[in-house]
Design a protein around this ligand. Structure first.
Ligand code: FEO
Length: 407
């Protein structure tokens, strides 16, 4: 059965939702599912903007058949070749043997690499700044390299103001009927997944997102709809989400607050993390979040790190090194080019306590534009009463830093 939503009178969402996939890219947990968005424009010519993951192919075909209502599919316009959007291209080409393909040179190359049968179809290669008319609607193309792959581009319909933004402005989470961001409580229910999606998948390419936002600058006022490849379509309050993307891609925190991530084998390091949180709250800093590095998916930790201005890493020493899960978190932050935060350290070791020095060295030597507070809590096995002074000093240093006072 078809399942479509109308974006405008002649533009339709024809995508699919997926609640079966446990790990997006076989990597990131998606307990709220994900949507693969595709759109059809019914102009003098008919156009399909992108396809869907193989898991949603049958739904796409049923949706297309219903929306086209006997008309041929004239064009397939491809903005992004990653298989969560492109896997169904080949079946579309086979189902609509006369469809013409519009995309850029790199995307055609990738189509061949993926083995799609494009050679029986007319191929229209476009580049940044080109325009193409489907009748009433004229679109223009903007290259968006590394948002999220090198071939990625976005397409702007200058007639109705719809921006087909590819992975940009996407989010984890299945739509489940609600197509528009103004049909959900985005800030409450979607923002964390939107941040987790962006920063884990494209976080490394913040400068490329900035470049795309810069290119979009002159037409911002003309954009009436943002139609991403995942998650809700935006038709109201667009600047809310555009400003989030601007903040995230500049590696700036969304809020002043403290993220405490602890690695604890028997609860003693966790005890220190909790004691620090208590003191911070006692002093009025209640925007504090605590996570166990061993039981929290690293994509969630990354998202929370992107959100907060200050990060406390509390780790036991393990094999004379950093606890493996904490080391993995550090490596992931480095891999994603994460920067511009203030760190503090709690270390623990029953003998040869090394985790604090190693985490400090990682932050200072391996990461960019990070500050590290001098105050450190150093435990020998457990948080004894004698450590109250160190804990107090660390809490005070964090508060001072949050208030913009010198360390
Ligand atoms: Fe949602 Fe880069 O694909």
């Amino acid at each position: 059965m078809y399942n479509i939503r109308k974006v405008t009178d002649d533009l339709f969402w024809v995508g699919a939702n997926d609640h079966r996939l446990a790990l997006f890219e076989n990597c990131f947990p998606i307990p709220r599912g994900v949507s693969y968005n595709a759109y059809v424009l019914l102009d003098e010519k008919t156009v399909l903007f992108d396809t869907v993951d193989w898991a949603g192919c049958r739904q796409l075909l049923e949706n297309l058949e219903y929306v086209l209502d006997g008309r041929p599919l004239d064009y397939l316009l491809v903005n992004h070749l990653e298989p969560d959007h492109a896997a169904s291209i080949d079946i579309i080409l086979k189902t609509y043997p006369d469809v013409k393909i519009i995309t850029n040179e790199k995307a055609f190359l990738l189509m061949r690499q993926f083995g799609f049968s494009i050679d029986e179809h007319e191929q229209i290669t476009v580049a940044e700044g080109d325009t193409f008319s489907f009748g009433t609607h004229t679109v223009t193309f903007v290259a968006a390299p590394m948002v999220h792959w090198p071939e990625a581009m976005v397409t702007f319909d200058t007639t109705n103001g719809a921006l087909f933004s590819a992975d940009a402005f996407g989010t984890f989470g299945a739509l489940d009927g609600k197509l528009f961001a103004d049909e959900v409580d985005f800030d409450r229910d979607w923002l964390d997944d939107a941040r987790r999606y962006l920063v884990n998948i494209v976080g490394k390419y913040g400068p490329h997102i900035q470049l795309l936002l810069k290119k979009a600058g002159p037409i911002l006022g003309d954009i009436k709809y943002i139609c991403p490849l995942h998650g809700p379509v935006w038709r109201e309050n667009l600047m809310y989400f555009i400003e989030k993307y601007d903040t995230w891609s500049k590696y700036l925190p969304e809020k002043k607050g403290v993220l405490i991530v602890y690695a604890s084998m028997y609860g003693n390091t966790e005890n220190a993390a909790q004691a620090l949180a208590g003191r911070l709250c006692e002093k009025g800093m209640t925007d504090v979040a605590i996570y166990d590095v061993s039981s929290t998916d690293v994509s969630q930790l990354i998202s929370e790190a992107w959100k907060y201005s200050h990060i406390v890493l509390a780790s036991v020493t393990y094999n004379l090194g950093i606890y493996p899960a904490m080391h993995n978190f550090l490596m992931d932050m480095k891999a994603l080019n994460f920067q511009k935060r203030t760190f503090a350290i709690i270390e623990n070791g029953s003998w040869a306590c090394r985790s604090g020095d190693l985490m400090s060295a990682f932050i200072e030597d391996e990461m960019k534009y990070m500050d590290l507070l001098n105050e450190r809590v150093s435990l020998a096995s457990s948080l004894g009463a004698g450590k109250a002074g160190e804990l107090e000093a660390l809490a005070n240093a964090l508060i001072d830093s949050l208030e913009g006072k010198e360390d």
